[in-house]
Ligand binder design. Structure first.
Ligand SMILES: [Zn+2]
Length: 86
């Protein structure tokens, strides 16, 4: 099976008590970067492609886009820097 990207959608359920005083929100999933929308696997893929495979980020962006995921070089650059600062 060739590699592919998958988008996971996490829905945070909010429940309110019928008395109207208590509201509880489910906790969000753990993230590598605060409020980041990319998972740890994709960040590892970006760092490995650039550092271990010497792939320039503009070419990695083209490869990701060919897989059907809209991606810009600047987004990959931001992810790369965020991964380095974690
Ligand atoms: Zn209540």
């Amino acid at each position: 099976v060739p590699a592919r990207f998958e988008k996971q959608v996490h829905v945070q359920e909010v429940l309110a008590c019928t008395c109207g005083r208590g509201v509880v929100t489910a906790p969000p999933p753990a993230r590598v970067v605060d409020r980041g929308e990319y998972g740890p696997g994709f960040l590892a893929h970006v760092v490995t492609s650039k550092c271990a495979d010497a792939m320039p980020l503009h070419r990695l962006a083209q490869r990701v886009e060919r897989s059907g995921v809209p991606m810009s070089r600047s987004t990959l650059t931001d992810l790369f820097h965020q991964a380095a600062s974690v």
